[in-house]
Design a protein around this ligand. Structure first.
Ligand code: ATP
Ligand code: MG
Length: 535
């Protein structure tokens, strides 16, 4: 074990660990409280990977050995010149530890209270590694526990202060971070474009304005059909978003009036319906009424963006090649993006390589999510072919892993997969032996990326979890739409259908199929897509 010191941001480490633990705590229905002293310096010198590791070990235990109640996480510091002793306190309301067991905890392979813990998995290494790492970093860990009531673990860790800029309200930053994870970043600007948004609820107007603020599109708003009609006489718009449900004059009526208005300047302007009831058949209905297209509410960034790119005059749209060069959204971190920061803390992943191979961060972000979401399916497939001795398919699969791991910058995993691919092609006795020996480790490393990457998608997955379940009817309709679009190879349209469906929970019985559809679409694997649609 090595300590590799570097300048790092405490907030970034705390983001990672809390984001990861909050998800696990939620799964067990535990409350998770975070409290970080706002005056702590943010820029420190130390080993962020190891700091993360020791804190995660302790937090993981707290969640693991607590069945109900809460886990709280406090971070404060005691200054000493240009050093600070960080104090991490993790308190749980779990099963507690008998006082006679306390001295054993930090030994190798020590697990205590085995009668109670018989169903809890573990190797008993976590705390011994934690203790060793802390000793190497001149820190320490202590425990205080009351059997049956709960435990408190305290870590003290001296780190050097690089810049004494306060970390600030961590909770706020944490929320911002979660927001930015799901944040939509516009991929185009259109400063010459002029649009009208009609909605009787001010908040909805604000939402749309907010979503589009960075596109520099000129936006007029109207809070009723009547107001809209007076504006459409004066100004020629490039596009109109029209709320459907408004008092007195509803969206359909307003749209039809705009189309035929005496002296109106917008007879041919695309009018997009905004509707909260995206029921089955809605699309056809809105088109039949005369709308150009429709968007379901709540309106989300990518959807509205797609619509604009589709219907704004091409000459007014300036496509942004990447969003990696969007400095303004990266806060104070001299050009470091969130994803880049994440990579810094993720063991075994190289950001630079990934961005180079993917050519830009936008593609990397998409590839990474796709990679993450297919780990289960792919690793199971490799394992199955391996166990069945189906080396032909095994080799195809590790070949694919070799490439996809390289795309996300998991270079070692990629190399390991390449080695096994070579063995699979060769099939000599020694190669077979290699496959037997090395595949379990490959699978383990591959699957470990689920835990490593999950913090990136925790917020999104959580949102998915709390969403209402989609109806059979809507789902079937989505399948139909995807079929149609796949006939014309319209991947953007397919993406937006998938995105729409993803706003809902998918019924258990359909989730594997939908995942297959999603993965095939992401890979533009048209055969796979058709197979999945047929099923
Ligand atoms: P792993 O190697 O996967 O972490 P583990 O959690 O069993 O396995 P350690 O983290 O080293 O191993 O913890 C050692 C033992 O200490 C655990 O098996 C458990 O009995 C006890 N323990 C650790 N943390 C707590 C806690 N917060 N509450 C109660 N018991 C705990
Ligand atoms: Mg443990």
């Amino acid at each position: 074990m090595e300590i590799v010191n570097a300048i790092y941001k405490l907030s970034s480490v705390l983001n990672d660990v809390t984001n990861m633990i909050i998800f696990k705590a939620k799964q067990k229905n535990l409350e998770f409280h975070v409290n970080v002293d706002e005056t702590l310096p943010d820029e420190l010198y130390g080993d962020p990977v190891r700091v993360r590791q020791v804190v995660v070990n302790i937090l993981n235990n707290a969640v693991k050995y607590t069945d109900k109640g809460s886990v709280s996480f406090h971070v404060e510091g005691v200054r000493d010149d240009d050093m600070i002793n960080l104090i991490f306190t993790v308190k749980d309301t779990g099963i507690g530890i008998k006082s006679e067991d306390l001295p054993k905890l930090f030994g190798k392979f020590q697990r205590v209270d085995l009668e109670r813990n018989s169903t809890v998995e573990g190797t008993g290494l976590g705390l011994s590694i934690t203790k060793n790492l802390l000793e190497m970093m001149k820190g320490e860990v202590n425990v205080d526990s009351e059997y049956g009531k709960g435990s408190t673990f305290t870590i003290r860790l001296p780190q050097k202060i690089i810049r004494d800029e306060a970390i600030g309200n961590f909770q706020e930053k944490f929320n911002q971070y979660i927001q930015s994870m799901r944040a939509y970043r516009e991929s185009f600007r259109a400063p010459e474009a002029h649009i009208l948004v009609v909605d009787d609820t001010d908040m909805n107007l604000t939402v749309v304005e907010g979503l589009l603020s960075k596109t520099e599109i000129k936006i007029d708003t109207a809070s009723s059909g009547f107001e809209a009609l007076s504006l459409t006489k004066k100004t020629k718009y490039d596009l109109i978003f029209m709320d459907q449900r408004m008092p007195q004059m509803d969206g359909t009526e307003a749209m039809q009036n705009i189309r035929s208005q005496d002296g109106g300047m917008n007879h041919d302007t695309p009018v997009i319906c905004l509707t909260a009831d995206a029921v089955s058949g809605a699309r056809e209905e809105y088109l039949r009424l005369g709308f150009t297209n429709y968007l379901s509410k709540p309106v989300e960034g990518p959807a509205i963006e797609n619509m604009l790119v589709k219907y704004l005059p091409e000459s007014k749209v300036i496509l942004q090649k990447t969003f990696a060069d969007d400095e303004s959204s990266n806060g104070t971190d001299a050009g470091h993006t969130e994803l880049e920061e994440f990579y810094e803390t993720a063991e075994g992943l190289s950001y630079d390589d990934a961005v180079r191979v993917c050519s830009n961060e936008d593609i990397l972000a998409r590839t990474l999510e796709q990679f993450y979401r297919s780990i289960n399916e792919n690793s199971n497939a490799i394992e199955l072919f391996f166990m069945n001795g189906d080396y032909k398919n095994y080799t195809i699969k590790v070949h694919a892993l070799k490439s996809s791991a390289r795309l996300i910058g998991a270079l070692k995993l990629s190399d390991d997969a390449r080695h096994l691919e070579d063995c699979g092609n060769d099939l000599s006795e020694s190669s077979m032996l290699q496959i037997q020996e090395r595949t379990p480790k490959l699978l383990e490393d591959y699957r470990s990326l689920i835990d490593i990457l999950s913090p990136l998608y925790a917020a999104k997955d959580k949102a998915r979890e709390s969403a209402p379940e989609i109806s059979r009817e809507s789902l079937n309709e989505a399948y139909e739409a995807i079929k149609e679009f796949s006939a014309s190879f319209d991947i953007d349209a397919i993406d937006s259908v998938i995105e729409e469906v993803r706003k809902y929970k998918i019924p258990e019985s359909e989730s594997a199929r939908f995942e297959k559809i999603e993965n095939s679409a992401r890979n533009m694997d048209w055969n796979g897509l058709n197979d999945a649609l047929k099923a």
